[in-house]
Design a protein around this ligand. Structure first.
Ligand code: HEM
Ligand code: HEM
Length: 200
């Protein structure tokens, strides 16, 4: 990794960029179809919501396959240098002495919490498919007890509120001028190879 310190190359490859933007479009569609009816805009939101949810699940399966077959998990797993980075940040002492890394501590933390939240949403959402009639299957709520359904609904609702918050924070940081090169890299692919170790 030292070799790449500060250099510019391909930060995100095409399949990963397609995953990011497809996943983001699915999340926006899911959020809009869930929250707009609550805000008073009435439409037949269920088909749009469940189809986008199934598409999101397939996209995540693709991502996990890419990670396992191509990337490996190393770049996204928090390590001791991430703890040091946070401590340096609190002391305002920069990135001196830290191993350069593709993702910094906060990006890894964001990925962990966003991925977990989305996985809770998709797992509970897939169970909730048993509550609707589609061309492919008939409604059958008897797969779970009323009490278990309660847990599923609370998890789905709570995770959706957390994801709304995470989404707003993520888009804010993606759009500020200081991060323009990262935004460009998620569009064209080209950008800094390391987020930690390129500045200060
Ligand atoms: C257990 C499940 C998951 C694992 C093990 C995992 C692992 C990873 C790893 C290792 C990377 C870095 C790849 C690299 O650049 O070297 C990554 C990137 C990324 N992950 Fe995940 N991930 C998981 C679930 C998710 C979920 C559910 C989402 C959707 C919210 C997600 C969204 C992303 C995005 C947008 C990127 C950056 C795109 C890129 O690869 O350049 N991940 N993930
Ligand atoms: C629609 C608005 C969105 C914009 C403008 C946006 C922008 C970006 C950008 C520019 C990056 C690259 C950062 C880098 O190169 O290090 C990125 C990465 C990533 N995005 Fe998004 N994104 C959006 C939506 C989403 C959504 C809805 C999710 C999941 C819920 C998500 C999850 C991720 C993850 C996990 C990464 C990798 C970790 C990171 O770099 O922070 N993004 N996004």
């Amino acid at each position: 990794m030292q070799r790449n310190h500060g250099s510019t190359g391909i930060r995100h490859r095409l399949p990963d960029r397609l995953f990011h933007w497809f996943m983001a479009a699915a999340v926006v569609t899911l959020g809009a179809s869930a929250f707009l009816p609550i805000l008073g805009l009435r439409f037949d939101w269920v088909p749009l919501h469940w189809i986008a949810g199934v598409a999101l699940t397939l996209a995540i399966a693709f991502h996990v396959w890419r990670v396992l077959a191509v990337h490996g998990i190393r770049e996204m797993v928090p390590d001791s240098d991430d703890l040091r980075e946070v401590a340096h940040g609190l002391r305002n002492s920069g990135h001196e002495g830290l191993r350069p890394a593709k993702y910094d501590a906060l990006q890894k933390a964001y990925h962990a919490i966003a991925a977990l939240t989305v996985l809770v949403l998709t797992a509970t959402g897939l169970l909730m498919l048993a509550k609707i009639d589609t061309t492919f299957w008939r409604r059958d709520p008897s797969i779970l007890s009323d009490q278990s359904w309660g847990v599923v609904y609370v998890l789905h609702g709570a995770a959706s509120m957390l994801l709304l918050f995470l989404f707003i924070v993520h888009v804010y940081f993606a759009l500020i001028p200081e991060h323009r090169e990262y935004l460009r890299s998620m569009i064209s692919g080209a950008g800094p190879e390391n987020a930690r170790g390129t500045r200060r």
